[in-house]
Structure formats: C-alpha cells, structure tokens
Design a protein around this ligand. Structure first.
Ligand code: ZN
Ligand code: ZN
Length: 433
C-alpha cells in the first residue's frame, strides 16, 4: 500500500501508512524511501535512510539502489559518496543494479569521470548500464563519446532499446549533431524494428529546431506517423524561442493550449518570444490569460551543497541567514562583470518592467544567489556545483561564464536539461543548449 500510494503520487498517504506501522522491516523502509526518491525528494529519502540505519535495520540492494537514486535526483554528491562507502562495506559493490545506480549517481552529480571509472570496472554490463553511461555523457555535452559508447555497445552484441535511442538522440541534440541524429533515428526503425514514440519524435524536433532548422522541424512533425503530442510541440516552441520565430512559435503554442491548457511553460515561452520582439501588449495579454485560467508558473530554485548542508534559493530570496553577504558579493561581482564588458541580457525575463529594474531582478535569479553563496562559503579555487530545477536563463549563463573567469573557479550547473561546466569564461555547452 505504501508503494502503491507513492507511485500514484500520494506521498502523504504513503507516509501516514508507514508511520502507523507498528513494526517496520527493510521492505517497508525501502518502499517509503523509493516513494520520496522517485518523486524528487532526495533529501527526505536520505533522512529516512539514516533513521533506518540508526534503528539497526540493515539495508539490502534495493534500498541502496533507491538511496543512490535519491542522491542522483537531488545531486547530493557528498551523500552519494557516503552511500557508495556503505555499498562497498556491505559487499554489494559488484552487484549489477548497484554498479549501474552508482554510474548514474556520479553522472548526475556532475562527476562523469567517476561515473566512467565505475562503468569500466563492471565485469558485465547489461543494456541498462550502457544506457546510464550514454545518458551521462549526453547530459554533460560529450555527444561524440556517447555515440562512441553506443557503437561499442552494439558491437558487443547488446541490442539497444528505445531508451538507448532516446539517449543518443538527445546527446546529438545537445551538441548540434543533426546528421548523426537523423541517421540514428532511421536506424532505430530500420535496423531494430523499434517504432518511434512521442519521446523520440520530440528529440528529433528538438535536434532540428535547436539547430535553427525550424521549417524542417515543422515538416517532420507533419509527417509523423502518430498524432503529435505536447512534448513534440513543446520542443518546437522552445526552438522558436531560441531563434525568435514568432509565427511558428504561435502555431506551436496554439496546439499546446489545446492539448495541455495547464502547461505554464507554453505561456512563458510565447510571452518571452513576444517580449524579445518588443511586443509588450501581446506578452501582457498572454500573462493575463495565464492568470485568468489559473495556470501557475513553476517557481525556479537553485541549490548548492556546502559542508554537507543543502542551501536552496529562489529568485530575490531574503530568507537565507547570510543573505546580506550574498547580495554584497553579487553587487561586487556585478561591478566586476560590467568592467569586463558584460551587458545584462534582459530579453528572456518574463517581465515588462523598465530596464533598470529588470537588470536588478536578473541579478537576483536563484542560480546567481547560489553562486554568490558558494563563493563566500568555500575556499578560493575550489569548484562550485549548483543544481537548478528549470532551464538556466541566457543572462545567468553569460554571468556564470564571466564569474568563472573573474574568480578563477570552475562552476558546474545542472539545469533541467543538461550540465554546464563553466571555466575561464567559457561553457562546455558552447552556448548551445
Ligand atoms: Zn537567470
Ligand atoms: Zn552552458
């Protein structure tokens, strides 16, 4: 019942059941932890893990797999490392599922080398392990490496699954490898008889659209063998926003309003397209519509782990105990960035306030607060690791590049789509994201 409730997204009910159980064994503990981990509440899952250990209940392989997933989803690297130690102590290190969970955890926590080291050390690998490694390289922007691994997997006689192709296509998309992506999309059906579903179609639209081939993306959608889904139109809309195509953006948004009227991202993306084109009236109309329909924008937040504690920030945050120092640091950085030639990009902010105020708001985006906090609370020279629940905005991306150079530190940001490694004024994504 705990598992069932959690899988339906009803965590409160699951937790009540769990709390009421007079006797809990490893199965019940694992069920509730899995519930938290799968819904993205990594920290809560970890708290339960340590409670369970304190009570003397020994974790099994499934427990570890779920706890590692919890660390992965919330990018809790130091906890992930601790759990890794527990795994080794328990003698489960070579277990198939756990090694794969470790590969996934290290990749999602920004440590692709550690991830690969574990992958290399596995004596046997199933398709799930290969998929985890390929996805890791894709998210970090190493598309060539992802493709190379995919070929190695094929050569070793392992049959790729639909997920393998999704990973390969999204890797191509993050690196702008359009020809390669098209090749693998065709190969999926021709060589493996896997029929494309919404996800793979969306990847292809993303691949073409991101590369600026918007007409081809539209033609591709019109030729799809299934009815285009919200994901597919969403990919087109996102590309229209990057490339400032209002006409096609409107078309995609209209389809999305019909399919998923509650999807806040549609309103935000279209409104941003209008704002970028200076059409404030239409942008404002759209926001009113969003309000009238009661659609809520998903709040953006970023978090950073310092000395085993997770610090979470939202835009314009004032709650953090060190907030004054954080804003002082941001002011200092803003000055240094201006001297270095940074002009704030206000196009992508969903506000029609005047420029000065807009600039002010941009400086207080959650990822900037997290960066500033990390800078004042960690030793000079150490790398900084930040996670954001949404996509990073253009201005924060540019600012992170500048800051990495000014302070001489590597800044790694995991956003909703991928990893960005900022170093010496450049980002590993090559500004293609
Ligand atoms: Zn931002
Ligand atoms: Zn980047």
């Amino acid at each position: 019942m705990i598992e069932g409730n959690a899988k339906c997204g009803n965590l409160d009910a699951a937790r009540q059941l769990f709390d009421k159980m007079p006797e809990k064994n490893v199965v019940s503990w694992t069920a509730i932890m899995a519930g938290y981990a799968q819904l993205g509440y990594g920290e809560e899952a970890l708290v339960l893990f340590y409670q369970m250990k304190q009570l003397g209940v020994e974790p099994d392989q499934l427990t570890f797999a779920n706890v590692l997933q919890a660390c992965a989803c919330s990018a809790l690297l130091s906890e992930g490392k601790q759990v890794h130690v527990h795994v080794i102590r328990s003698g489960f290190e070579w277990h198939f599922v756990l090694a794969t969970a470790l590969v996934d955890m290290y990749a999602k926590c920004g440590r692709i080398e550690d991830s690969h080291r574990i992958f290399d050390s596995m004596s046997a690998r199933d398709v799930v392990a290969w998929n985890a490694m390929i996805a890791g390289y894709g998210k970090h922007g190493y598309a060539r490496k992802a493709l190379q691994l995919f070929e190695q997997m094929r050569q070793s006689g392992i049959r790729p699954t639909r997920i393998s192709f999704t990973n390969v296509l999204s890797a191509c998309s993050h690196a702008g490898l359009v020809d390669e992506g098209c090749y693998y999309f065709n190969s999926m059906t021709q060589d493996y008889n896997i029929i494309a579903e919404s996800e793979q179609y969306a990847c292809m639209v993303d691949l073409l659209g991101r590369a600026g081939r918007l007409d081809e993306a539209l033609a591709f959608i019109q030729k799809m063998s299934i009815e285009p889904t919200a994901d597919v139109w969403g990919a087109l809309l996102a590309s229209c926003r990057i490339h400032g195509n209002m006409w096609l953006g409107k078309l995609a948004a209209e389809r999305l309003f019909k399919l998923r009227p509650d999807r806040a991202g549609t309103y935000v993306a279209l409104s941003n397209i209008y704002s970028a084109a200076g059409r404030w009236d239409e942008a404002a109309k759209l926001r009113r519509l969003m309000n009238d329909r009661g659609v809520k924008k998903e709040p953006g937040y970023s978090w950073v782990q310092v000395k085993n504690r997770v610090h979470t920030f939202s835009v314009g945050d004032t709650a953090h105990p060190q907030i004054e120092h954080i804003y002082a640091m941001l002011d200092k950085l803003a000055g240094q960035m201006k001297t270095a030639g940074h002009v704030p990009n206000t196009n992508f902010a969903l506000h029609d306030v005047d420029d000065e105020q807009k600039e002010h708001m941009l400086y207080h985006h959650s990822e900037k607060l997290a960066i500033a906090f990390a800078l004042i609370s960690t030793p000079p020279g150490t790398s900084i690791q930040i996670v954001k629940n949404l996509r990073i905005c253009v201005d924060c991306h540019t600012a992170a590049k500048f800051i990495s150079k000014i302070v001489g530190r590597e800044i790694v940001i995991r956003d909703a789509n991928r990893f960005h490694h900022f170093k010496d004024g450049l980002c590993s994504c090559g500004d293609y994201w």
